[in-house]
Design a binder for this molecule. Structure first.
Ligand SMILES: [Zn+2]
Length: 215
């Protein structure tokens, strides 16, 4: 069992890495929570820590309906399953299909996936595709090859998703297993022939391509 001081700190920080390691019982409300529960924090004197949900229940507490402290292992399993399914798929699976796989409702799956990864399943699929393009480019593929091999239907779809990812602060490197320190920077440049994509690494410009999807 985690030390009480550390447990209190983890709870104050709503540190998700402690979910599953202990639960926080609130004697004044009769409820127990994950350390990361978003609910307002009770006074310290009303809190008791338990190593396992069963122990909190034996003490007469009920599971919080907001953070579902009983479901930590199941949620983690579902998120892993969805990540695998997205990584294996040729085209990004629909939220409904992913939900069916896990037995959760689409809304609930969306919520727990976002809570654990910071992205929706669709956002994750976009980040993954984008990362695959970067890997292929770093490996010497042409822009067109890289974009189509990663599963994009068109170059303009790739540019759109890139833009969307930048707006939402997506960081594909979070799940990059390597990357070898190669950073590819992108820019689109307006030319008299149309929109041109320029990709460059620290070593210089590596790719040029016209975005055939735009006029
Ligand atoms: Zn809770």
């Amino acid at each position: 069992m985690v030390d009480d001081k550390i447990a209190w700190q983890a709870m104050e920080n709503r540190d998700r890495s402690f979910d599953g390691k202990f639960v926080t019982g609130v004697l004044s409300t009769g409820i127990y929570c994950r350390p990361s529960c978003a609910a307002r924090h009770p006074k310290r004197e009303n809190v008791r820590f338990f190593a396992k949900p069963e122990q909190a229940e034996a003490a007469g507490l009920r599971a919080c309906l907001r953070c579902l402290p009983n479901d930590v292992a199941r949620d983690e399993g579902a998120v892993k399953l969805v990540i695998d399914a997205i990584r294996m798929a040729e085209t990004a699976p629909k939220l409904n299909e992913l939900a069916e796989l896990t037995g959760y409702s689409p809304t609930h799956l969306q919520r727990i996936f976002k809570r654990d990864t910071g992205l929706s399943p669709a956002g994750y699929a976009r980040a993954l595709r984008s990362e695959r393009v970067e890997d292929a480019l770093a490996g010497g593929a042409s822009v067109t090859e890289a974009i189509y091999d990663a599963g994009y239907g068109s170059a303009s779809q790739f540019y759109e998703e890139r833009k969307m990812g930048q707006r939402t602060g997506m960081n594909p490197n979070i799940w990059s297993n390597g990357g070898e320190g190669v950073t590819v920077h992108w820019a689109t440049v307006e030319t008299y022939l149309g929109t041109m994509l320029v990709a460059a690494t620290e070593k210089g410009v590596c790719c040029l391509s016209f975005n055939e999807g735009e006029t």
